[in-house]
Design a protein around this ligand. Sequence first.
Ligand code: SAM
Length: 219
Amino acid sequence: MSRVSIADRDLVDYAVRHGTRPDEVQRSLIDATAERVGDHAMMQIGVDQGAFMSVLAATLRPRFAVEVGTFTGYSALCLARGLAEKGRLLCCDVSEEWTAIALEHWKMAGVDDRIDLVIAPALETLAALPHDPPIDLAFIDADKPGYRRYYEEILSRLAPNGLILVDNTLWSGRVLADSGADDENTSALRAFNDFVADDDRVAVAQLTVGDGVTMIRRR
Ligand SMILES: C[S@@+](CC[C@H](N)C(=O)[O-])C[C@H]1O[C@@H](n2cnc3c(N)ncnc32)[C@H](O)[C@@H]1O
């Protein structure tokens, strides 16, 4: 079951059933998140998006991947499993409590030794990153007003064939001008989407998977 989606519920459930189903560790992570973090559980990416990210990561085989916004670790698990041999995933989050659940499950999945979790505001972590090694794959899924700055920090370190994925960019449809929404998160996402669509440095595909995923590569 997808947690946040812009599509018809029955159709999302159909899509979930027709992609690779979560394995035992992913199932345990979904259950532990639902049991231990209350309503925050809806922040976890859906199963269909997890399948998409898993296929993508395993195809790209990144040597260095970065995640901004890790929560209980589901998307990171999907990325970590696709890393190249000796590849590393840097995970940025501010919550010790939520990422403790991630650490447990990364260990269960046997990927904990490939992941560097940094508990600090992501902008600090990204700004302190060297430009070498370059970033092969990035996933941005933290506070929405921060997206533009995370994007700039990552883009400046992106490998020539690197890819950035940005989550929630359709924001349950609230990004539409006639939705009536004018809160800080919606405004930030509209501004981010407008900026990226006109950014000559990159090529962009706006996907309707999950709550909207933007795929960005350098031109
Ligand atoms: C939507 S959740 C991420 C969901 C995760 N990708 C998954 O698949 O389960 C957003 C996360 O961003 C984190 N976050 C919020 N503001 C942040 C910041 N300034 N720096 C780093 N992480 C932040 C939150 O603690 C939260 O865990």
